[in-house]
Design a protein around this ligand. Structure first.
Ligand code: G3I
Length: 373
């Protein structure tokens, strides 16, 4: 009997211990996607070096932390449609397969963009030729990934900073009708996929005004547009938090979803106060412009964490209208901001450092949900 009691108490202790360990593990295994699962998708932009790895620390981190991915480069026209009669789907197929395999919300970037154009598209001047290009380009790509890609940046960066329409090869050939045409073609090819207009500096008043005008004009024409993408290439001091808040309110009033599509926060000096993300700009590198080549000082790391915290507080306030928040990259070493607007700097704009370790900003934004839900 005594032996039986000892065995029973041992058995109970093991069960209690296992339970306790499981709870500790569960507590320790916080992640971005779990923390914000009732609020919005949390995504990362991936390039081909990331989704082509199969078994790495990085793959595990992507799957563990994010429930959405965006194509950083491989769906841009210069890569996917390099010549008039040639599509190259190799990397885009792999990107989509990675998303499907891991059950991620897949975002396609981008169908119509004036930048990173295949050279042959730049030469199109004639309106019929442009319509034919847009039909072939949009229908072929959207059809191929129908039912797999969940949402698309249909048009990217069509606005100037003052809110007027940017002069592009599309505007030149078709006037502003190209915008409605792009959305119509995408909706015809996949009526279920969500269709976005995506741009940078979307929290700045003049561009906000232009974006609202653009969306309203599409809505008045009865064209399907599901959302606005605010890229979110922001800094430690810009844009003003009040402007982010105001923009989210005003975009939501259009009755469409909002995504923060390319979030990163530069911590480096800004030559000539350049904001936004115009990929054609570049400036000279020097020591003043690259102050932290070896390590991010604690003081700046703390500022970055506070800035992310302040921004996420606003995003959570607007969570009912926000569908997705996507970071533009996974770790600091991979960010485009190491090479823009100055080539070869060391920037620290994301939540994970160059060794994939979470930074203070990661912990700070997760703690915003402590004790909630
Ligand atoms: O892959 C080549 C490599 O072989 C070559 O040695 C190297 C030399 O410069 O270039 C590499 O290609 C670069 C590519 O990124 C991959 O790193 C291109 O030069 C460079 O222009 C390209 O930059 C991309 C940029 O868009 C232009 O397409 C960035 O990765 C990408 O993050 C950035 O993303 C844009 C969004 O699409 C739209 N919103 C703004 C955002 C930031 O600029």
């Amino acid at each position: 009997m005594k032996f039986f009691k000892i065995i029973l108490s041992l058995f109970i202790s093991i069960i209690l211990l296992t339970n306790c360990t499981q709870k500790t593990i569960q507590k320790e295994q916080k992640s971005l996607k779990k923390t914000f699962e009732n609020d919005f998708y949390i995504g990362a932009a991936l390039n081909e070096f990331q989704f082509n790895k199969t078994d790495s620390v990085e793959t595990a981190l992507i799957i563990n932390e994010f429930n959405s991915i965006t194509a950083e480069n491989m769906m841009k026209s210069m890569h996917i449609h390099p010549q008039k009669d040639t599509f190259n789907f190799k990397q885009a197929d792999k990107f989509v397969a990675f998303g499907e395999k891991n059950n991620l919300f897949i975002h396609g970037h981008t169908l119509i963009w004036h930048s990173q154009l295949a050279p042959w598209i730049k030469e199109i001047k004639d309106s019929t030729e442009m319509v034919n290009f847009m039909k072939n380009h949009i229908q072929t790509i959207v059809n191929r990934y129908k039912g797999k890609v969940n949402s698309w940046d249909v048009v990217n960066e069509a606005l100037n900073d003052d809110g007027t329409l940017r002069k592009t090869v599309f505007l030149d050939a078709l006037g502003e009708d190209y915008l409605a045409l792009a959305f119509k073609l995408a909706a015809e090819a996949d009526p279920v996929a969500e269709l976005y207009y995506n741009d940078y500096s979307m929290a700045d008043a003049p561009k906000r005004k232009g974006a609202i005008k653009l969306v309203k004009s599409l809505q008045e024409k009865g064209v399907k547009i599901d959302g606005i993408g605010m890229q979110g290439h922001w800094g430690l001091n810009f844009p003003d938090l009040k402007e982010i808040d105001k923009s989210l309110t005003e975009y939501a009033a259009l009755g469409i979803k909002i995504s923060i599509t390319e979030l990163d926060i530069t911590v480096l000096p800004n030559p000539f106060e350049v904001h936004g993300a115009d990929v054609n700009m570049s400036f000279e590198n020097n020591e003043t412009m690259n102050p932290y080549p070896n390590k991010l000082p604690d003081s700046i790391n703390n500022k970055l964490a506070k800035r992310y915290e302040d921004i996420f507080k606003i995003l959570l306030k607007h969570k009912d209208n926000i569908s997705r928040i996507t970071f533009w990259g996974v770790n600091d070493g991979q960010s485009w901001l190491n090479n823009w607007p100055i080539n070869g700097r060391t920037n620290y704009p994301l939540l994970f450092d160059r060794e994939f370790k979470p930074k203070k900003a990661y912990k700070t934004i997760l703690s915003l949900k402590d004790g909630k839900e």
